[in-house]
Design a protein around this ligand. Structure first.
Ligand SMILES: *Cc1c(COP(=O)(O)O)cnc(C)c1O
Length: 462
């Protein structure tokens, strides 16, 4: 019984997959404050031009530069595991596989794009990156990448996570970055929030405003902003996960996949695993592709598809996405990486199309799933990842009831060794479930009246 599938370094994918080239209905452009599409020039103070070109590219395959591959070899190709022990505990006829992204130095999938982004910024002559981080995974991934590539790095960390996960800050500092809690008094965006809500737990939306402000106000012009999820080029960089997984499934003899699952915060690890499979679905394969989100931040399942800002201070362009409203501050659940009001436009458009079918899960069910996973497969997964595992378990049980040999694959997006406070709270019965109700969603969306609406493009195929 084979448990893991490895690829040789020489078998690593040499191109990223850009789903924008294959979407059945086109992605709508980001809009500026005037309601007109944003031009690449307008983004130039925020991102380097080589990444802006990727952001708007319609090329199906984009070469991964040799310099990026050389760094990815430190941990890639990542292993594909067969979850024999979880299957046995569930008594399911399903075959469950997971792509183990927890083996990266920072402990999650995020270095896949951090390395690429730092590399392109360096090529463009940039000296420093500013960013935000939720639970701290993105901040540590970017700190890691910047230290290898030779860039300075400044991280605004959502206050609640800064307090819950102080060791993430130490990781960032070890890799040479600076990390401060957000909202901070260092930026106008931060000061504005602190004045109105001095006790705020913070949010990704606030921290993004601070990091963008820090980048565009650097008088030397040598700082750019870097985002760990949501944007097209970020999702592009993550597709190496699904491309590797397809090769690995083939090696272990699987001809067909029935269900693909990933947790979704901004959408990047879900997209990274699922987009190469979505390509098969677009070309006729029957695959159930499921992004999983927290019931307390149900962006895809309860948020409408609208044009909204990515941040609270409305510094980002309007993106066509599912959103709970840019001023929404989600409940302080332990899956900090899933506490984002919006969702990647590429994932959102896929949901509008019916290509992806989202689910929302409560945190106690997620932690129960995480404990079963730890006691069977052995890995203590990130609270974010536990959302995917909870749905894997539901689907494996369904397969048992139906007596069907389904093939299920999910993205093990990260380990939870820096998130043991969440486990501690669960083990001591201190975790409360919280579901966001439609009236709360409607209230948060009130502020968005007057913004342009995207058209709902749907071919009706799925
Ligand atoms: C950041 C993070 C997520 C959520 O972000 P996505 O962009 O939706 O992938 C999920 N899992 C882990 C381990 C993370 O670090």
């Amino acid at each position: 019984m084979q448990t893991k599938v490895f690829l040789k370094e020489s078998e690593i994918p040499k191109k990223w997959y850009n789903i924008a080239a294959d979407l059945p209905s086109p992605l709508q452009p980001p809009l500026g404050p005037d309601g007109k599409p944003v031009s690449p020039d307008m983004l130039a103070p925020v991102f380097p031009m080589n990444l802006i070109e990727q952001e708007v590219s319609q090329e199906r395959w984009i070469d991964i530069p040799e310099g990026v591959l050389e760094i990815l070899y430190r941990w890639r190709p990542s292993p594909l595991h067969r979850a024999h022990h979880l299957e046995k505990a569930l008594g399911t006829p399903a075959r469950i596989y997971y792509k183990n992204e927890s083996v990266s130095p920072a402990g999650s999938h995020k270095p896949n794009t951090a390395v690429a982004q730092a590399w392109y910024n360096k090529q463009f002559g940039i000296k420093k990156l500013a960013t935000e981080t939720g639970a701290g995974q993105w901040g540590s991934a970017l700190a890691f990448a910047c230290s290898l590539i030779g860039l300075e790095c400044k991280v605004f960390m959502v206050r609640i996570s800064f307090e819950q996960k102080p060791m993430r800050k130490v990781m960032m500092q070890t890799w040479g970055a600076t990390c401060i809690p957000s909202p901070s008094p260092e930026t106008k965006a931060g000061r504005d929030v602190l004045e109105k809500h001095p006790d705020t737990p913070g949010s990704l939306g606030i921290a993004i405003s601070e990091a963008v402000e820090a980048a565009v106000t650097d008088p030397t012009g040598q700082t750019r902003y870097s985002l760990g999820s949501v944007l097209n080029h970020v999702l592009l960089h993550q597709t190496i996960i699904g491309l590797e997984a397809k090769k690995q499934l083939k090696k272990i003899g699987e001809k067909k996949v029935d269900i693909v699952i990933g947790c979704a915060g901004g959408g990047s690890n879900f997209a990274g695993l699922s987009f190469p499979f979505a390509n098969d679905k677009i070309h006729g394969a029957a695959i159930d592709i499921i992004p999983v989100e927290p019931a307390s931040c149900p962006t895809l399942t309860k948020g409408p598809f609208i044009y909204d800002h990515g941040d609270i201070a409305k510094m980002t362009p309007l993106l066509p996405m599912h959103s709970l409203g840019h001023s929404f501050v989600p409940d302080s659940i332990h899956a900090g990486g899933l506490r984002y009001h919006g969702m990647a436009p590429l994932v959102s458009q896929g949901v509008v199309e019916g290509l992806f079918r989202p689910m929302a899960i409560q945190q106690n069910e997620c932690f129960r799933a995480a404990l079963l996973f730890a006691k069977t497969e052995g890995i203590i997964i990130a609270p974010e990842t536990s959302h995917a595992v909870a749905v894997v378990i539901r689907k494996a049980k369904e397969a048992k009831e139906e007596g069907k040999e389904k093939v299920i694959i999910f993205n093990l997006s990260g380990h939870g060794l820096m998130d043991l406070n969440g486990y501690d709270a669960f083990l001591h019965g201190r975790l409360v479930d919280h579901e966001l109700h439609q009236d709360e969603v409607d209230a948060a969306l009130c502020e968005l009246k007057g913004l342009p609406l995207p058209t709902v493009n749907r071919t009706g195929k799925w």
